[in-house]
Design a protein around this ligand. Structure first.
Ligand code: IPD
Ligand code: CA
Length: 280
């Protein structure tokens, strides 16, 4: 049967590559850094320009489709996931890396229909790695099939996480307490690429066994969630239930056992949901 979303996915890949070239070129230049929710939540004109480029191009080709884009939401657009075909866009995941020239920066495009993720494209543009995942059809990096690690023992694993975009002392206490517990399981190591999407692609590629974070947004992990599950991985909420795209929390792992083991160590908390305004 013909894939109804193949055209959309091909367009997403082409756009991610075009956007990624723009981002890569901009790393060399002087940039004006602006702040969003906190003094460590950065944005640049490149983030805004790339999101505009993607949305304008998709809207022209698929005029009935909807969008959730990081910078559009920052500018006041609603963050609502309906049953309509919806493009979930992070123009630059790893903006802090981008600002500092730290080489993990990704353009992320996720696509959902009936609130189910259909495909995800994550272009790690400085490394020139194009990660893709299509529901039921596998995950790939530059055309090579991805497969999660077959490790089942957390003490033989590397786990990824991040410090996030807030420095609220109460939140930091939970972040550090969880990291301490995970590290002392013990695990072989704790890593963080500075991009939620790239951390999750590392789970898909088998170079880390798991990634967890609270405080991310739907655009940070929608695209990479498809890539993880299509590479054979599992996704869940930090309290063990099913992954909820709007909840700002995720555990991505190579297998159920490791995901559940991490869940046991997490000091869970609930940041304001991405769709909070829509639920009021
Ligand atoms: C951030 C990155 C970072 C994660 C933050 C995200 P941004 O996304 O993914 O790794 O710790 O929670 O907000 O702001 O660079 O798109
Ligand atoms: Ca971003």
């Amino acid at each position: 049967m013909e894939d109804p979303w193949q055209d959309a996915m091909d367009h997403a890949v082409a756009l991610a590559r075009k956007a990624g070239t723009l981002v890569r070129d901009a790393v060399q230049n002087d940039m004006k850094v602006m702040l969003k929710s906190t003094s460590v939540d950065l944005v640049t004109q490149t983030d805004q320009k790339v999101e505009k480029l993607i949305i304008e191009s998709v809207a022209k080709k698929f005029p009935t489709h909807c969008f959730i884009g990081e910078e559009s939401v920052a500018a006041g657009e609603a963050c609502v996931l309906t049953d309509s075909p919806t493009w979930i866009i992070d123009p630059v995941d790893g903006t802090t890396n981008f600002v500092h020239g730290y080489p993990f920066v990704a353009v992320c495009i996720g696509f959902a229909v009936n609130k189910q993720l259909e495909f995800g494209v994550v272009y790690s543009c400085i490394e020139d790695k194009m990660y893709t995942g299509r529901k039921g059809k596998g995950a790939f990096c530059n055309g090579e099939a991805l497969q999660v690690s077959d490790q089942r023992d957390i003490t033989q694993s590397i786990v990824a996480s991040e410090f996030g975009s807030t420095r609220d002392p109460e939140v930091m206490d939970k972040v550090f307490s969880t990291m301490r517990k995970v590290l002392c399981l013990p695990v072989h190591g704790l890593r963080g690429a500075g991009s939620a999407a790239i951390n999750m692609c590392h789970v898909a590629a088998g170079s880390v066994e798991a990634y967890y974070e609270t405080g991310i947004h739907c655009w940070d992990f929608a695209a990479s969630a498809v890539i993880v599950s299509e590479a054979g991985g599992v996704l869940m909420d930090v309290e063990g239930g099913p992954m909820d795209l709007m909840s700002r929390r995720v555990v991505a792992a190579n297998c159920q056992v490791i995901a559940e083991r991490i869940v046991k160590e997490i000091d869970a908390f609930q940041p304001t949901r991405d769709d909070a305004a829509a639920q009021d």
